[in-house]
Design a binder for this molecule. Structure first.
Ligand SMILES: Cc1cc2nc3c(=O)[nH]c(=O)nc-3n(C[C@H](O)[C@H](O)[C@H](O)COP(=O)(O)OP(=O)(O)OC[C@H]3O[C@@H](n4cnc5c(N)ncnc54)[C@H](O)[C@@H]3O)c2cc1C
Length: 326
């Protein structure tokens, strides 16, 4: 299917892009690698007046050391380059998560910023425009109807990013810029519980960089999907912490691709930090995860399966965290 009519602009600098974002009249959509935007435009999920390409902005490229001992990654880095960047090798969960996205061909186009800003999807939005037309519009089109979960009053479309949970488990910050300046915030605070406005990014802002603290402790990342090598996830999990035998401090457990935002688990963390990484405590923590998931859509798999998948992933991740070679 052809793309809907639009104007395509590709400013040469970040400053020009931000100025355009502030001043443009009509709906404007950012495009980086385009691996998701183009697909969604073909499906008529959105029909912007202007596509603003940030793909080759020099200010969004590269990886640099920070004075805090960590690294700053440009939001425009291609996933293939992320995978091979020597400084990123010190963050194995990020490397594994980056490699888990789609296929080599897609990763050659796709960017880290695009992955973190990925539009949410659900069982209804995944259908063709004609199919959706027969059903009628939904919360994403401004009407108070959800076709995925009939009783939902807010959009429950999923955050499908594989990489966001890994970065949150690594305590990443992000930097957003507009013509007035920059703001930095923890990546976990970027996402909301509403699948329509699923990030706190203002319309005139661009994601420019991701900051990671100095590498420390252990991290794990696991992706569960139907096919290895070119598929969105049923669910992902990332976990990290300072592990000494069965004791762990600073534990983070983040589930992804199950809810509108990457979900940082609270009670399972409390259980493990109190009781340690024993098999028994891990089982209790895994069982506690379900209470924090909220409503689960049936995109890709039945909701009941997702619920047991979350439990199993928490168990697997905690065991890996305990048993990994220091
Ligand atoms: C066959 C296939 C399989 C896929 N499998 C996976 C998968 O397994 N896991 C996964 O996570 N994803 C998957 N994807 C989705 C997508 O390819 C990746 O998430 C990719 O990283 C998106 O990056 P992009 O640069 O192409 O984003 P784009 O499509 O260019 O943009 C995605 C969104 O981000 C916004 N955006 C882009 N850059 C910025 C910026 N700098 N600041 C603010 N907003 C920005 C865009 O406006 C848009 O809303 C798959 C896609 C396809 C086609």
């Amino acid at each position: 299917m052809h793309l809907p009519d639009h104007e395509f602009v590709k400013p040469a600098t970040l400053a020009d892009s931000l100025a355009l974002l502030r001043s443009a009249s009509g709906e404007i959509k950012l495009i980086a690698g385009g691996t998701d935007v183009v697909y969604n435009m073909r499906g008529r999920l959105f029909q912007p007046d202007i596509l603003l390409s940030v793909r080759d902005l020099a200010e969004l490229q590269g990886v640099a050391d920070t004075t805090a001992g960590g690294i700053r990654i440009g939001a425009g880095i291609r996933l293939t380059d992320l995978e091979h960047e020597p400084r990123v090798a010190a963050y194995p969960a990020l490397v594994t998560a980056g490699r888990a996205v789609a296929s080599r061909h897609v990763r050659n186009m796709a960017t880290l910023g695009g992955n973190l800003c990925l539009d949410t999807r659900c069982w209804y939005t995944n259908q063709t425009a004609e199919w959706r037309q027969a059903k009628g519009p939904c919360l994403k089109n401004g009407v108070a109807v959800c076709h995925a979960i009939k009783s939902a009053s807010v959009c429950v479309a999923l955050n499908a990013s594989d990489i966001a949970p890994a970065l949150i488990a690594l305590n990443a910050d992000i930097t957003l810029a507009n013509v007035d300046g920059e703001r930095r915030l923890p990546l976990t605070d970027f996402y909301t519980d509403d699948g329509v406005t699923h990030t706190i990014r203002d319309a005139d802002e661009l994601l420019v960089a991701i900051d990671l603290p100095a590498p420390s402790g252990r991290t794990v990342f696991i992706k569960e999907t139907a096919r290895k090598g070119n598929d969105f996830s049923y669910a992902v999990i990332a976990a990290g912490g300072e592990v000494a035998g069965q004791r762990v401090t600073g534990l983070r457990i983040v589930l992804g691709c199950l809810t509108t935002r990457p979900l940082s688990l609270q009670e399972p963390v409390r259980i493990i930090e109190t009781r340690g990484l024993t098999d028994e405590a891990i089982d209790v923590a895994a069982a506690a995860a379900r209470d924090e998931l909220g409503p689960l859509t049936n995109l890709y798999t039945p909701a009941a399966y997702k619920s047991s998948l979350a439990r199993s992933l928490v168990r697997q991740a905690l065991r890996e965290l305990r048993d990994a070679t220091p």
